[in-house]
Design a protein around this ligand. Structure first.
Ligand SMILES: Nc1ncnc2c1ncn2[C@@H]1O[C@H](COP(=O)(O)OP(=O)(O)O)[C@@H](O)[C@H]1O
Ligand SMILES: [Mg+2]
Length: 301
């Protein structure tokens, strides 16, 4: 099941819809684990997933999914997909929906029964297999959709806002399912606008805003960093070089330098380095306080 490299890859992908730039030169790569694609509504998350699936074409750019060109047949044979908005025929039972997708996925008919049992148990619908979808709550329909995405044990699963219709118990269950997928080595790409959702299950994230990745990496690491505004005089070249070891420098105003992406624990060290360089420090202000603020500030940049 392991995929050598480039499980999910987008390279310089731009997508324009008339005047709207949904994705703007976006690149990302996922090799393993649970990857969160986090951003506000309209950021371009669904567009990125649709491009990976070949449901829409990028205006420019390239990429791959499950080791093959995105949208190609070999790539689609190894993936599972839960769309953001979907609706199954209300007169079908849950088992019938799953059987239909077994057929579409080309699963050997002799395996349908056991596969459907396994899926219903996984998503907590074991006792509702013969109920019609029309009688399902939104949360149950969402579970069924997740079940469809997990049919035949795909190597890569793309989930577009999987918990949007769920209550807290349902969200918890989905998190458990995602964790179980990670345990067995399935790669999960999780679209979400909720920091809290992504925070609890993802190994790595990309924060996306207006079609661009504004930050990428380990979430706790990303959110533990902040920007520090340093007001000082006599900042020599050496002082700036020393400061640049802590984060990316940006000149805010005369005598004010922003050190971006510094880990909080290193702020005292930064101050010592500046003072040691002979500069005179007038103020050091940490810019971000909470997780939520850090997230918002990444979106604001
Ligand atoms: N088929 C389409 N036609 C025109 N504009 C679209 C279409 N699909 C998406 N968009 C626009 O592209 C942007 C990104 O949308 P989307 O990928 O759905 O964002 P997200 O999933 O992050 O909420 C939005 O401005 C949206 O209105
Ligand atoms: Mg979306």
């Amino acid at each position: 099941m392991a995929i050598a490299n480039g499980a999910i890859r987008l390279e310089h992908v731009t997508k324009r819809y008339a005047k709207v730039v949904a994705l703007n030169d976006l690149s990302l790569s996922v090799e393993h684990g649970v990857f969160g694609f986090l951003g506000p509504n309209g950021a371009g998350k669904t567009t990125a997933v649709k491009i990976l699936l070949g449901l829409t074409r990028p205006t420019t750019g390239s990429g791959s999914l499950a080791g093959a060109a995105f949208g190609s047949k070999p790539s689609l044979g190894r993936i599972g997909y839960l769309p953001e908005l979907f609706r199954y025929q209300s007169w079908l039972t849950a088992r019938e929906v799953l059987a239909l997708h077994c057929e579409l996925a080309g699963i050997d008919r002799a395996r349908w029964g056991s596969e459907i049992d396994r899926i219903l148990a996984t998503v907590g619908l074991a006792d509702r297999g013969t109920s019609r979808v029309g009688t399902f709550s939104k949360g149950m329909q969402q579970r069924l959709g997740l079940g469809v995405a997990l049919l035949d044990d795909p190597a890569v699963v793309l989930l577009d806002e999987p918990t949007s219709a769920l209550d807290p118990v349902g969200r918890h269950d989905v998190r458990e399912i995602i964790r179980a997928l990670r345990e067995k080595g399935t790669i999960v790409f999780l679209n979400s606008h909720l920091l809290s959702e992504v925070e609890q299950v993802c190994d790595a994230v990309a924060i996306v805003d207006r079609g661009k990745v504004v930050a990428q990496g380990d979430l706790t690491q990303l959110l533990r960093t902040s920007s520090v505004r340093v007001r000082a005089t006599g900042l020599s070249r050496e002082a700036r070089a020393a400061m640049a070891r802590f984060g990316e420098l940006d000149d805010d105003a005369d005598g004010v330098v922003l050190v971006k992406g510094i880990e909080r624990e290193r702020i005292p060290e930064l101050v010592s380095a500046i003072v040691a360089s002979g500069a005179r420090v007038y103020a050091v202000e940490s810019q971000h306080e909470s997780l939520e603020e850090r997230f918002l500030s990444l979106l604001g940049q």
